[in-house]
Design a protein around this ligand. Structure first.
Ligand SMILES: Cc1cc2nc3c(=O)[nH]c(=O)nc-3n(C[C@H](O)[C@H](O)[C@H](O)COP(=O)(O)OP(=O)(O)OC[C@H]3O[C@@H](n4cnc5c(N)ncnc54)[C@H](O)[C@@H]3O)c2cc1C
Ligand SMILES: NC(=O)c1ccc[n+]([C@@H]2O[C@H](COP(=O)([O-])OP(=O)(O)OC[C@H]3O[C@@H](n4cnc5c(N)ncnc54)[C@H](OP(=O)(O)O)[C@@H]3O)[C@@H](O)[C@H]2O)c1
Ligand SMILES: Cc1cc2nc3c(=O)[nH]c(=O)nc-3n(C[C@H](O)[C@H](O)[C@H](O)COP(=O)(O)O)c2cc1C
Length: 691
């Protein structure tokens, strides 16, 4: 039955004679023939049966226009599977499902908040990961009375869905499901500094309507560059009344906080059963097993960690080499390295002190919603110390719902009112949140310090804080030159906040202390494949624009082109635009770059922004080199790459390229923009940017 299992579900359920025939053949054959015989005979009969069936069908068909096809109506006959969200909704008496497309947890968190709030409006809700659901079942949502599907979807890369929403979006794009009767709303998570702002949510909102679904409330768009929390609560504030209106729900219930997880303290927990920072599998850091990925990172020894900035620089930039020998890990130049960080122990201890809890108490937090696929908020059982060190984000600005729940634990009424106000959607509340949390950059530790009457139970705080996320770094080596090490180039984050505190980046501060001279200096990592690739033919010329740490992936690219040249291959121009503040301070890999320039591998253009009264940026150099740029992208079919700051630099470079194409290619602005867009779709214009 192997061939049968791989057939589309709709075919298998149509009870086609082909299947029946095959089934009977297999039973008969089992007793008389070997497995190979069965397979061959089965295949033969299947083919013969199929041919006969097709011939009969063709003969019986009244008109050629009515050819045999499997229509989406077959979906309504879908048997609920393990991944049936419809079954889950029905058995638990729910009518609201909130799907999320999320990479770093914000979308998932927003989905959780919406699902939880549903109960106030008599819509019991459930959060769902599209990757773990049969999304074709959306056609069956109408079988649940007054039901609603909400989608909280983030956009990444070149307007791409998150990994967990990829299949769902592909299904929407390529299928033609009949979604009549599906009620929906979409909230998008994006960032305006990126070219493809919120494209996934915009597309899904439009496509669902196109397929016949009913939009219950207008698309909401959150901008992570401004204040995505504000965007979300503002949208949510209007969303619920619209939902009530649509379904005729009268009067909201009481706004009570409900705990999602119940606490168990383990008095005699066996140490071998307790998580100590593993991401998913218990003891995965002791018994390392490939393949390594987001759920199973590799504990890589740091082989090299050296400073790239000169002694007069106020900042620090690390060149780190991770040893991957014997790990079976593979990478390519242009890929990203993910690093799982660890929180600062002083901050962790501070939380323990304020909450007056022994951080070594071993606990389990268990979801009170038995239908939920997420049983625990992080791997349990573990100690509070492990949760605060490895699993929870204790340094970003807490969102409004956290403040709202924490307000209950203030013994001082004025403190309680302040937290409640910041969590509210009034203009006054929003302004206070913006100033006291966002601008003054307070994390949970700062809030506990500055509101002394706030003493939350630590288990509730652990339930409220978001998960600590891995950080990505553009790999700055080529496996052709460094097959057993992966290099990154990371600038250390450290800044003073308006309250006079020094905030330090979680990952970069932790990595700074990881020195091979002080073993064991192990770091959990995995490689994330990217689309940022050199052209397959080395003869194709390339222009790379990478100021600051934007240089990182180009170091790998240059190493690769250098090897190709030394192997005697024809290599096109390799042109780099690099910029930094001052040549003696933050000129990254100066010697290496100058050596590549000397040996003929590289054409180097440098801009030192702070060495003269007027700023000089890579963008200024590009404006002066229009002829060279046009020769590469307009005449020689070359590639252009941009890496680093998404906020200003990438957009400025894009605008200059449009100007170059207009001037040298003699095109209008519209034609030039279309030219660059085409380069983008041909993968000849690629960006690897972050903000
Ligand atoms: C695809 C990709 C590739 C990347 N490649 C690289 C790379 O090659 N090299 C590299 O160094 N980084 C790179 N980054 C950035 C990197 O992932 C981390 O974001 C960065 O190292 C900071 O991490 P952290 O944990 O040390 O800091 P965090 O603890 O995450 O703190 C950073 C946060 O602090 C805040 N912040 C930072 N500076 C200030 C300031 N001056 N004022 C106020 N708030 C501030 C911001 O909210 C910022 O998000 C990349 C990011 C992505 C998404
Ligand atoms: N999220 C994070 O925590 C995080 C961490 C690290 C880096 N980043 C981002 O990554 C980017 C690179 O960081 P970095 O520290 O390596 O770079 P950087 O040293 O801040 O900048 C490199 C060079 O680019 C110049 N520059 C500034 N604006 C520009 C523009 N619009 N066009 C061209 N050049 C410009 C800078 O000049 P001046 O400074 O003199 O203006 C400097 O000379 C930063 O922009 C930052 O936003 C974010
Ligand atoms: C590497 C990277 C690429 C991104 N690309 C886009 C993009 O193309 N368009 C957009 O609107 N937002 C983009 N964003 C912003 C995210 O969508 C936004 O931060 C969102 O809140 C993330 O949600 P999540 O935490 O649920 O993954 C990008 C963010 C990163 C870090």
């Amino acid at each position: 039955m192997i061939a049968d299992a791989s057939q589309p579900k709709a075919v298998r359920m149509s009870g086609s004679p082909v299947l029946d025939e095959q089934e009977s053949v297999e039973v008969f054959d089992e007793a008389l023939f070997s497995t190979l015989d069965i397979v061959l005979l089965g295949a033969l009969l299947l083919a013969a049966g199929w041919w006969l069936l097709r011939r009969n069908k063709q003969e019986n068909l009244p008109a050629p226009t009515k050819s045999y096809s499997i229509q989406p109506t077959a979906y309504t006959a879908l048997v609920p599977s393990e991944n049936s969200f419809i079954k889950k909704l029905k058995t638990s008496g729910r009518s609201l499902v909130v799907f999320y497309g999320s990479q770093t947890g914000t979308g998932e968190e927003f989905a959780g908040r919406l699902a939880k709030e549903g109960i106030r409006y008599r819509m019991k809700g459930m959060v769902a990961d599209p990757e773990e659901c049969d999304m074709e079942e959306l056609v069956n949502m109408k079988s649940i009375p007054n039901s609603l599907a909400v989608f909280c979807l983030a956009t990444y890369g070149e307007g791409d869905p998150t990994d967990n929403a990829m299949e769902f979006v592909d299904w929407l794009k390529n299928g033609d499901a009949d979604l009549n009767g599906l009620n929906y709303a979409v909230f998008g998570l994006g960032n305006k500094t990126y070219e493809h702002y919120n494209e996934v949510a915009i597309y899904v909102d439009h496509r669902l309507e196109q397929l016949g679904a009913t939009r219950v409330f207008e698309l909401g768009l959150g901008d992570d560059d401004a204040n995505i929390e504000d965007d979300f609560i503002t949208w949510k504030d209007k969303f619920w009344p619209a939902v009530c209106d649509f379904f005729g729900i009268e009067g909201a219930g009481e706004d009570v906080s409900i705990r999602q997880y119940k606490l168990t303290e383990h008095v005699d927990a066996l140490p071998e059963k307790v998580y100590t920072g593993e991401i998913a599998r218990l003891h995965s850091y002791k018994n390392q097993r490939s393949p390594y990925d987001a759920k199973n990172p590799y504990l890589a020894p740091v082989k090299v960690n050296r400073e790239l900035h000169g002694p007069t620089s106020e900042r620090s930039c690390m060149h780190i080499e991770f040893d991957i020998e014997g790990s079976t890990m593979r990478y390519e130049a242009g890929d990203h390295l993910a690093v799982y960080p660890v929180n600062n122990s002083e901050l962790v201890n501070k939380i323990g002190e304020v909450c007056q809890v022994d951080l070594d108490t071993v606990i389990t937090l268990t979801n009170t919603d038995e239908e939920s696929t997420k049983k625990h908020p992080f791997p349990c059982p573990c100690s509070y110390r492990t949760a605060l060190t490895h699993y929870l984000d204790i340094t970003s600005n807490p969102r409004t719902h956290v403040l709202k729940e924490l307000a209950e634990y203030c013994s001082d009424q004025a403190d309680k009112d302040k937290l409640k106000l910041m969590a509210s959607t009034t203009p006054e509340g929003k302004a206070l949140y913006q100033q006291w949390i966002t601008q003054e950059n307070r994390n949970i530790v700062h809030i506990l310090e500055d509101i002394p009457s706030l003493k939350p139970p630590l288990d509730h705080l652990c339930e409220l804080l978001p998960r600590l996320q891995c950080r990505y770094y553009s790999i700055s080596s080529s496996p052709k030159l460094h097959p057993t090490t992966i290099h990154i180039t990371a600038v250390v984050v450290e800044y003073k906040t308006p309250t006079g505190r020094i905030n330090r980046g979680v990952t970069t501060t932790w990595l700074k202390e990881k020195h091979p001279s002080d073993p064991p200096c192990l770091v959990p990592i995995f490689v994330r494949k990217s689309q940022f690739r050199l052209p397959t033919r080395p003869a194709t010329p390339v222009i790379m624009v990478g100021p600051g740490t934007g240089l990182a992936p180009f170091r790998g690219f240059i190493q690769e082109r250098d090897i190709a040249r030394k192997e005697g291959k024809e290599v096109g121009d390799t042109i780099l635009y690099f910029g930094c503040r001052r040549r003696h301070e933050d000129y990254l890999y100066k010697e290496e770059l100058e050596e590549f320039e000397k040996n003929g591998t590289l054409k180097l253009h440098t801009a030192f922004s702070r060495e003269q009264a007027q700023k000089e940026y890579v963008t200024h150099l590009l404006e002066n080199n229009k002829e060279e740029i046009w020769s590469v992208i307009g005449e020689k079919n070359g590639h252009i790459y941009i890496c680093g700051d998404a906020r200003n630099m990438a957009r400025d470079v894009h605008n200059i390229l449009v100007k170059v194409v207009m001037e040298r290619g003699k095109m209008t602005e519209m034609e030039a923009t279309a030219f660059i867009k085409k380069m983008d779709t041909q993968k000849r214009y690629s960006s690897d940017v972050w903000s």
